[in-house]
Design a protein around this ligand. Structure first.
Ligand SMILES: [Zn+2]
Ligand SMILES: [Zn+2]
Length: 287
């Protein structure tokens, strides 16, 4: 039995226009998943984007032109909580054999404490993920992916990873709004292929510091499979005293639900975690 998929997106997320809550539920049933959580994006940030990136964003999906302000910065549309919860209700009726969980992926909740609180107060969310996609460089807020493509001369890819892990530590320490820390390795998605391969050992101290703070606050580390999480990081999580792991495909399309879960479950077991009391629960430390 595969673990529950506790991190997916549907058409209710601003970046998943081709997603489908119903299609993802159907896929979860086909795979025999115990449960699926729809953790839609809540991004209150405004990003700067170089003009050529802005043009690409709009060329790919013209309706996004309305998301750019007069100063060229990008603000994301809010989550339609009522519409989303209706969708969840419809899917629960349609797929009674599947456990369907509500959720959100809160971007930079430490920067937007009040906004995050308001979103969480607007509905019952069973899975609350905390995520960091942004870095502030010289007063401008960048999405990390774009930063790798437009590197300031003063920075190297390794600097970006260190800055990211430093900001992630602040997020873990300053925000109690989320239960699960998602994609701790997010910047590695943009790691330039032309440089040497990413090695977690080069950032061991920074990773262990974040993992230690997360473990002390008794929260959960997500094994995100979009870019398979390096086994070394899961081992460090166990050594930090981490009590539980969740699994998240970060699927934005039905066919990506639970992608890579067989390997991720084997890896988690090897690192010292096992299924929880019920199949829907997070995996817990092996005694
Ligand atoms: Zn994310
Ligand atoms: Zn996500």
């Amino acid at each position: 039995m595969l673990p529950a998929d506790d991190h997916t997106h549907s058409e209710w997320s601003w970046d998943a226009a081709a997603g489908s809550m119903e299609g993802s539920c159907r896929r979860a049933v086909e795979l025999g998943l115990p449960s699926i959580a729809f953790t839609e994006h809540v991004d209150l940030v405004r990003w700067v984007l170089p003009p050529e990136e802005r043009a690409q964003w709009i060329a790919r999906r013209p309706h996004r032109a309305a998301w750019f302000g007069e100063d060229g910065s990008l603000g994301l549309p809010p989550l339609d909580v009522a519409g989303y919860l209706n969708g969840i209700e419809r899917c629960r009726q349609r797929f009674p054999e599947l456990r369907i969980l509500t959720g959100v992926e809160l971007g930079e909740p430490h920067w937007f404490a009040e906004g995050s609180r308001q979103v969480l107060a607007g509905g019952h969310f069973q899975r609350v993920l905390g995520s960091l996609h942004s870095l502030e460089i010289d007063g401008a807020c960048w999405i990390v992916d774009a930063l790798f493509r437009h590197m300031p001369e003063s920075l190297t890819p390794a600097d970006i990873v260190r800055l990211y892990l430093g900001e992630l530590l602040r997020m873990v320490q300053a925000s109690g709004a989320f239960e699960v820390l998602t994609h701790i390795d997010y910047p590695i998605r943009g790691w330039p292929a032309a440089t040497t391969a990413f090695e977690p050992a080069a950032f061991e101290g920074e990773f262990r510091t974040v993992l230690g703070a997360l473990a002390r606050s008794d929260r959960v580390l997500e094994i995100n499979t979009r870019l398979p999480l390096h086994p070394t990081i899961v081992r460090w999580w166990h050594e930090a005293g981490g009590a539980a792991v969740s699994f998240g495909s970060d699927a934005h399309l039905p066919e990506a639900v639970a992608g890579g879960f067989v390997e991720a479950a084997q890896m988690a077991a090897a690192a010292g975690f096992r299924p929880g009391r019920s199949l829907h629960d997070f995996w817990v430390r092996t005694p």
